[in-house]
Design a protein around this ligand. Sequence first.
Ligand code: GLP
Length: 244
Amino acid sequence: EQYASPAAASLQAAYEIAQLIRDKQAKGERAVLGLATGSTPKRVYKELIRLHREEGLSFKNVTTFNLDEYFPMQPGAVQGYRHFMQENLFNHIDIDQANCHIPDGSIPTELVRSHGEQYETMIADAGGIDFQLLGIGRNGHIGFNEPGSHSSSVTRLITLDMATRMDAAAEFGGIANVPKKAITMGIGTIMKARKIILLAWGENKAAIVRQAVEGPVTEFVPASWLQAHGQVKFMMDDACAGEL
Ligand code: GLP
């Protein structure tokens, strides 16, 4: 779907999330959200905060699982995704912090494998992800599933591509400071979500979005796996949809 601006698309995405939360509330059930970081979803979170403040949208029945985290990453670090989520969403809504899950980038390497397995188990125990929000990297990654990621991959440690580290360099004050690895939900984890929305803005994402949407389904463009999901929506602004 094409929107005139990132703001218009973000409004629609936030509205759909709010609708899910309210539907679940009406049934006395929990809503399980898969959340993303990066610049792209920030406006969606702003709008959810607004809905909380001005329209009384409550997040008490919401459980969240973030896609990924750099590795290694200290818990309080400003570049970390825990910090990002606190600042951009969790600190401003009435969600119970105990229900906000993000892969832990501060654990020793030898514990990462079991941490990934636990993450998968927690998602399953929560009933699976109702709604997954995604951005897309310049190389077509979703979460931190870089090109080459297998369609059945699960939460695990991956090595970041040079392109991904370069895109993060400014935030870390130089490429040398960007972690070389990350923990990410797998393609298989993402594909199990019952509904998926991928957001992409601007002309610098246009070429990769075209490959993901119109190109062949290939591990070289991880977002192209989404073509095999029945309930996925790509939401773009005009600049990004320009090459479709
Ligand atoms: C990082 C995140 C991805 C995100 C991507 C794009 O790699 N791990 O989840 O989609 O950046 O970031 P941005 O939205 O800032 O373009």
